[in-house]
Design a protein around this ligand. Structure first.
Ligand code: EPZ
Length: 419
């Protein structure tokens, strides 16, 4: 089992272009099923979650070929509408295929996506949205059998009680195949939703309103081949910025819009970093130990992103001063805390709250990734820690970061993968 070995304390310096966004490209690849032709997706990151998604597309009958950071998907001739359990287990966010298959084929079958490291991951909002559009969904022995009702799919108003990113995306894709007007009220406003809308519009779909409180879809419109450039991964960008905040130095991250990370950037400035921004780049300078900041409460966009909670916590744990975190999105998103404690972090947890008291500097240790962003947080902590940190269970990190060690080495970090 390979692991990263990090010699902490090396300041980061230089510029890096962030890879395409995992949480944008996954729904966009699923949306390619709506197009009876070829779609070309540029800036497609090389991540294990993307490979798993391409495997599912191929299993369904698509041609899916990668040429560098471009992926070409041809969904002209689908041969299946079911996703086997082992692929669903590999990536629970494959539930996004439900809406896409329902829209294209009128039927879909996949096993119930289980929970994950972040706790139970219900999909009740996904199912109620699809049922609202006319889907009949049976849940049998852990499998979801979904088909359009006799009258077929039809546009209508969908109200989401939680601005669920995945449920919003599933509703958008299913609505594209539902003749008539669908209004999605209370949907997620994340930048990745806007990127999905851009792709759908490029394919001829009549979708507007993404990023606002109401998304409108005029469904039943035939779609055609499209080309799309995936937005930069804002959470990966936040990871590099928090790494620099922890280790010190001065970096520039290009390929992501600063307004996609406003909440994170303001926390880093409050902690003592200097932040400069341009239309598609973010510069950060970190000199002194980071200070404590006001409460960090995770929330749907444009609030503080839950995916950045662990990585900011890791940076602040090695600073000075206290910061209260409140994780409001997921039930079990503090699994990285025990590993940070092994590095000397002083973190007290009470329910959804975690009080981080900066200890001045963490020390290196052998730690284990517990999930994707928790693993990235341990790398951030190792960059600023005294001595050597070993981070194992890299499979979690590979789900969402393209060549994390190589990118950090290019910025001056002493990190290498030990087989
Ligand atoms: C997406 O997950 C992201 N994943 C997550 O990123 C991200 O943390 C999350 O959105 C929140 O921003 C992808 O885009 C692939 P949700 P998703 O539905 O869609 C509850 C990462 O690290 N809920 O917005 O699954 C749910 O339990 C990953 O890159 C229901 O109750 O998240 C959670 O508490 C982790 N019923 C809240 O809503 C439902 O039907 C938000 O979940 C659906 C969700």
């Amino acid at each position: 089992m390979s692991h990263y070995e990090i010699q902490g304390g090396r300041p980061l310096c230089g510029s890096l272009a962030v890879h395409g966004a995992k949480n944008s490209v996954l729904p966009i690849l699923a949306a390619c099923l709506l197009v009876p032709g070829q779609c070309t997706i540029h800036n497609c990151p090389d991540l294990s979650d993307v490979s798993a998604t391409l495997d599912i597309l191929r299993l369904l009958g698509c041609r899916a070929d990668r040429e560098g950071d471009t992926v070409i998907v041809d969904a002209s001739a689908l041969i299946r509408w079911d996703i086997p359990e082992h692929l669903m287990r590999e990536m629970r966010s494959s539930v996004i295929f439900l809406g896409a298959l329902l829209a294209r084929l009128g039927t879909a079958e996949l096993s119930y996506p289980g929970g994950c490291e972040l706790g139970p991951r219900p999909i009740d909002l996904h199912l109620s949205a699809l049922r609202a559009l006319g889907a009949e969904i049976r849940e049998e022995q852990g499998a979801l059998c979904c088909c359009r009702c006799r009258e077929g799919l039809h546009g209508r108003e969908i109200c989401l009680s939680i601005p669920s990113v995945g449920a919003t995306e599933n509703a958008m894709l299913a609505a594209c195949g539902s003749p008539g007007l669908t209004t999605i009220v209370g949907g997620a406003r994340e930048p990745e939703i806007v990127d999905l809308q851009k792709f759908l519009q490029a394919a001829g779909a009549q979708v507007t309103g993404a990023g606002t409180s109401a998304i409108l879809v005029q469904g039943g419109v035939p779609l055609h081949s499209a080309e799309h450039w995936v937005m930069g991964d804002r959470i990966a960008a936040a990871t590099y910025l928090c790494g620099c905040a922890a280790a010190g130095g001065e970096i520039q991250v290009t390929g992501t819009a600063p307004d996609a990370l406003t909440a994170v950037l303001s926390c880093l400035e409050e902690a003592g970093c200097t932040v400069h921004t341009g239309p598609d780049w973010i510069g950060l300078t970190s000199r002194a130990p980071l200070g404590g900041i006001g409460p960090v409460r995770t929330a749907p966009y444009p609030g503080f992103p839950t995916d950045a909670q662990a990585i900011l916590m890791a940076a602040l744990a090695g600073g000075r001063g206290a910061t209260l975190f409140v994780e409001n999105i997921f039930d079990s998103r503090y699994r990285h805390v025990d590993e940070l404690r092994r590095m000397g972090a002083d973190i007290q947890i009470a329910g959804r709250a975690a009080m981080v008291s900066g200890v001045g500097r963490l020390h290196g240790a052998a730690v284990r990734s517990t999930d994707l962003r928790g693993g990235a947080a341990l790398v951030v902590a190792g960059l600023g820690a005294e001595g050597t940190t070993q981070v194992s269970e890299l499979r979690h990190i590979r789900r969402g970061y393209q060549a994390l060690d190589r990118e950090l080495r290019a910025l001056g970090a002493e990190i290498r993968e030990i087989p």
